[in-house]
Design a protein around this ligand. Structure first.
Ligand code: KG4
Ligand code: ZN
Length: 351
């Protein structure tokens, strides 16, 4: 089985071809970082136009690297949501057009399901497992029970973790994207110098919150002598990173306890999303997984951040089960993996 995957839901235009055995025949990603950098964040309209400009070439490149013609594909998968709707429309229209022209089935993939199933592509992991998805747009803890079968144990009630890293980097003038910049600055900082809140720590659920911490950092920076010195910035970065790591570890500990009780045959704690690259956070999560007696699984970074191999692989898993979609599929800006989860209450709730 060979499936073409297309990803255009945020600021990466990507195409990949993956086989039924999980072999990645091609995996090309074009980051739009340079286009968005002047604005310190992703600008939806710029993203949609950039996807439109590059997607055809990326698909052609993936097919040529895989050494395949469209006739040799079994199906075409494209991210159908959630995400920035302009970009999703570009990917879905491209996928449908190729599927129609080549006479192949079309699969609309939930971007989050792509992240959720990646550990099965990279580690052949069996269900059920616990997933922490922490990226620029999402922060969730999900029990992954099967294809299309998810239970949300926790989610952010305001910002995503990556968004908080990006905002703090902006406040400290460290550049964009913020996560790697904050992590780098933190290496020469003292995490204990400033007292910052540990959001949600100890709360009897598994939800996250980052907007209060972000605001505490803003007030802290405003109270420092201006312009902020390198050392002060490093200490703020280290303090913020420690607060995020401790808070996320606390939420994950609760989720692990619930997961172990409800699904005693659980196979591991899996991380995905760009924030999973953070060393301090990883160390904290490894400690939690070990304490819970579960293996810690982190797919290679390239497959943790947005890519099309995960979309093609989710396509493989769904195609095997006969879960194809019609060409009348409408792109979905919002598309929760667990529609039955209780609605979130919070000022900035998005998902
Ligand atoms: O998964 P991703 O590449 O894209 C999506 O958001 O879908 O995640 C990007 C996010 C950005 O907010 C970035 O600042 C954050 O992941 N990030 C990090 C690190 N590397 C990337 N956050 C903390 N530490 C890092 N080393
Ligand atoms: Zn993503």
């Amino acid at each position: 089985m060979r499936i073409l995957g297309i990803e255009t839901s945020c600021d990466e235009t990507a195409a990949a071809v993956v086989t039924g055995e999980g072999e990645i025949l091609a995996d090309v990603v074009l980051s739009q970082l340079a286009e968005h950098r002047p604005f310190g964040g992703v600008v939806p309209e710029i993203a949609a136009r950039a996807h439109l400009e590059h997607v055809d070439r990326l698909v052609a490149e993936a097919m040529s690297r895989a050494g395949l013609g469209y006739a040799q594909l079994d199906a075409v998968a494209a991210t159908g949501g959630p995400g920035l709707i302009g970009g999703v429309m570009v990917g879905v229209a491209t996928g449908k057009a190729i599927a129609l022209a080549a006479g192949k089935p079309f699969l609309a993939i939930n971007h989050l399901e792509g992240h959720a199933l990646t550990a099965r592509l990279t580690h052949k992991l069996a269900f059920p497992y616990l997933l922490l998805l922490a990226s620029g747009g999402h922060c969730q803890l999900l029990a992954v029970l099967g294809v299309g079968e998810y239970r949300r144990l926790g989610s952010t009630i305001d910002d995503a973790a990556g968004e908080a890293f990006d905002k703090v980097a902006k406040m400290l003038d460290l550049g964009y994207p913020g996560g790697p910049a904050v992590e780098k600055a933190a290496t020469s900082g003292d995490p204990a110098r400033f007292a910052l809140p540990r959001p949600m720590k100890g709360k009897p659920n598994c939800d996250f919150s980052f907007s209060g911490l972000k605001n505490a950092v803003r007030l802290l920076i405003a109270a420092l002598p201006q312009p902020v010195t390198r050392q002060d910035a490093a200490d703020v970065a280290a303090g913020f990173q420690a607060a995020v790591a401790e808070s996320v570890a606390d939420r994950t500990r609760r989720a692990l306890a619930e997961f172990r009780t409800r699904w005693p045959d659980g196979t591991g704690l899996v991380v995905a999303g760009g924030v999973a690259a953070n060393g301090a956070l990883r160390q904290a999560l490894i400690a939690e997984a070990t304490a819970a007696g579960l293996p810690f699984i982190a797919p290679p970074l390239k497959l943790c951040t947005d890519n099309a191999a995960m979309i093609a692989w989710a396509g493989v898993e769904r195609f095997r089960l006969g879960l194809t979609d019609g060409l009348d599929f409408a792109p979905r800006p919002r598309w929760p993996l667990d529609p039955k989860a209780a609605p979130l209450k919070g000022a900035g709730v998005k998902a």
